[in-house]
Design a binder for this molecule. Structure first.
Ligand code: AMP
Length: 283
């Protein structure tokens, strides 16, 4: 696998591949790779003829009090893992190349970023849309794969691509979970052993909510009350948000009448975990 740090070098390689009619499939990551990331890369290999992954912990999507400095990093391990799944290139730019002195241009997707993580993390989606757009300019993909774990991010990127006429297919990939149901995340490494059972309540509460819908409940307030109870009973968890939204617009819904996004962000000790499930009405 080739490791590229330089933006112009990445662009030249992408141009060569495009001239050779290769299809470039791209998976952006912040590194500290887990099986969820690797599954996205495997999907990229199936969808394209050249797989490019990026590893970049993006400073502009972290607020001043967030974990940019302590975010887990292990570049050599990441490179070994992505090479093993067959990626052709790991694009690993440096912060000062992505954000040179005087940088002042940002991409701002407005409405779909207002709720959920946008409300809790004010600079987050501006940072995400900006870096993804810059990574697209560097890697020139035909296809880009994003995890449904970050559902609002996926919706935001789809919106950006549509609004900015970017000629890129955005593919969503299902959430990959540990055997015990915990959604895989680089931040799971922060969890202390005694916090793990608390963290498992996220997935459990999503499943409980689907059961309520299966048995006829349609009232969001009733479902969210049950979700909050499931998350907080036993202590150790602080709910940042638990909301039911329209999966296209990310606006809150009060009565479920079609697929409904149940999105969670929960503090377990010092770790903020997110998870979600699109609740489906019984056939
Ligand atoms: P990150 O490194 O956290 O920025 O994630 C990079 C990409 O991997 C994003 O598109 C995430 O949505 C995706 N991803 C992270 N965790 C998972 C997971 N457990 N299942 C599926 N996709 C994931």
């Amino acid at each position: 696998m080739r490791i590229i740090e330089d933006i112009a070098e990445m662009q030249r390689l992408a141009d060569t591949w495009r001239a050779d009619r290769e299809r470039i499939a791209f998976v952006p990551t912040m590194g500290f790779l887990h099986e969820g990331h690797l599954d996205l890369m495997r999907a990229a290999r199936r969808l394209g003829t050249k797989t490019v992954i990026s590893i970049f912990v993006n400073p502009t999507q972290f607020g001043p009090a967030e974990d940019f400095a302590s975010y887990p990093r292990d570049l050599q391990r990441d490179i070994d893992l992505s090479a093993a799944v067959g990626a052709e290139v790991a694009f690993v730019p440096k912060v000062d190349q992505m954000y040179p002195e005087g940088f002042q241009t940002y991409v701002n997707v407005t409405q779909v970023t207002e709720n959920l993580c946008g409300a809790s993390r004010p600079v987050f989606f501006r940072g995400v849309a900006t870096i993804v757009s810059k990574l697209f300019h560097a890697t020139k993909p035909h296809i880009a794969i994003f995890g449904e774990k970050d559902f609002q991010q996926l919706v935001t990127i789809r919106r950006m691509v549509k609004d900015m006429n970017m000629d890129i297919d955005i593919v969503g990939h299902p959430i990959v979970r540990e055997k015990d149901g915990l959604a895989m995340s680089s931040r799971n490494t922060y969890l202390k052993p005694e916090e793990r059972p608390v963290a498992l309540r996220l997935n459990r509460s999503l499943n409980e909510a689907q059961k309520l819908v299966d048995t006829g409940e349609r009232n969001a307030a009733v479902i969210l009350k049950a979700v909050n109870d499931c998350l907080t009973t036993g202590g150790g968890a602080t709910v940042d948000y638990a909301r039911l939204c329209n999966p296209d617009t990310i606006e809150d819904i009060e009565i479920i009448s079609g697929p409904a996004l149940l999105a969670l962000a929960v503090w377990v000790g010092k770790t903020r975990l997110i998870d979600n499930r699109v609740l489906e009405l019984p056939a």
